[in-house]
Structure formats: C-alpha cells, structure tokens
Ligand binder design. Sequence first.
Ligand code: CDP
Ligand code: CDP
Length: 231
Amino acid sequence: SDNKIIIAIDGYSSSGKSSMARALASSIGYRYVDSGAMYRAVTLWGLRRGIVSDGTVDEEALIAALPDIAIDFQPIPGEGQHTLLCGEDVESEIRSLRVSDNVSQVAVIPAVRHHLVALQQQFGREKGIVMDGRDIGTTVFPDAEMKVFVDASAETRAHRRFLELQQKGMEATYEDVLANVKQRDHIDTTRAESPLTKASDAISLDNSDMTIAEQNEWLIELYNRILAAKR
Ligand code: CDP
Ligand code: CDP
C-alpha cells in the first residue's frame, strides 16, 4: 500500500543487522530479506562443485551457472525463514565458517552482484520490506525511506558470532572467527563494485554496548519517527 516503505539495514559482519531487521519486520508486519544469505547460497553452490575453494573462484564457471542457481526463502512459522538453494533447505550450512571464509571472494564478482541485486530489487517491488546487507541503502534501494548503518568493534562482533556458532554446535575457534570477520570487512570495504559504505542519508548505530532488546527499541523508535514525518 501507499504507506509501506523500504527499510535498508547495512553494516559490518556480525554487527547485528539480521537480528535487527528480522525483529523490526516481524513487529511491523513487513517481509524480511537477508541479502547476505543469497551471496552465501551462491558460494555454497560453488563450493559443492569445486568452482569455489580456499578463497579462489572459477569466475567463468560460476557466472555461466548463475541462471541455474535458484535462491528463495521459505517462511518457517515461529522462526522466520530458511534459505532455499535449488529447493533444498541450506539455512544451517550457509552459516558455516567454510562458507564465511569464501563468500566475500564470490561477492566481489560484478556479474554475481548484478544478478543478486536484480533479484533483491524484485523482492522490494511492492515495498513493505526490510532488507539487510552491505549495499542495500547505496545500490539496491538508494531511495529507501529508512536507512540504518550498524557497527560495533571487531572483537565484540567476533565474540557474538563465536557464541552463536557454539550454541548451534558448529565448529570454530574465537581466533578463527575474529580473523574471518576482519578479512571479510577488508574485502567488503575495498572491493570496486558497490563496496560496504554508509549511505550519506543513513542513520548510524554503534550497538557495541547494546542488548538485543535495546537495539530493537532504538530501531522501532526510528521507524515511528520516520513514519510520522512521512504523514
Ligand atoms: O552475517 P554476516 O554479517 O557475517 O554476513 P552476511 O550478511 O551473511 O554476508 C556474507 C557476505 O556476503 C559478506 O561478508 C559480503 O561479502 C557479502 N554480501 C555483500 O557483498 N552484499 C550484501 N548486500 C550482503 C552480503
Ligand atoms: O546479521 P549480522 O551478521 O550483522 O548479525 P546478527 O546475526 O544479527 O548478530 C550476530 C550475533 O550477535 C547474533 O548471535 C546476535 O544474537 C548477537 N547480537 C548480540 O548479542 N547483541 C547485539 N546487540 C546484536 C547482536
């Protein structure tokens, strides 16, 4: 409807983007789309076929395969949604350190970005969407009515991600997670094609000292303010 807007949440790895985006979407009845999951799914597809391995990518083969790499999201009642790769639920596998260690190298490839950005823009056609990622407010939806840029120290972020992997019983050491977070931040901010950067009209949030509840409260207040100004 006319009142629905597009909400872009960008920021560094493991800063809390997806927990913020998911919570906001569910409280205001919007659709949530995790753009990072799409880059992760393409990476998993390549890893399974040896097209991606140890940080190197056979670009030509991956680009040729893009039309066959079907990515979708399936709503799961009570727990958000799961990522589907060619119909298979890969939600857990795309969060592994093996995928994290290769995804930024896949995400630098312009043809991969163009393909996924077009899909992301399709998801936003009817507005009423919250999308999180790296380039949502700059490239995917430069006209989004609400843009947030999230950051926290690398150590805080690595600690959060480490705890999360531990809780899920996935293998990783804190040192490995910290190294991965720093490496991805570096690749994501220095790539030529739509690098991670704060849109000039994005509102910054450093949530290093915020709980999930506090950051969600901050976010809904911002949303209410933006909606009130729109009326
Ligand atoms: O959850 P986390 O912040 O660790 O990462 P993610 O959002 O799942 O994204 C994984 C990787 O995909 C990032 O490190 C980027 O390399 C890439 N990505 C991107 O290039 N553009 C986006 N809009 C989203 C993710
Ligand atoms: O999407 P992104 O990679 O930016 O981060 P996330 O998946 O939302 O958050 C990474 C981890 O940090 C999750 O386990 C969150 O529950 C946790 N987190 C936290 O403990 N405190 C915050 N203020 C934000 C996130």
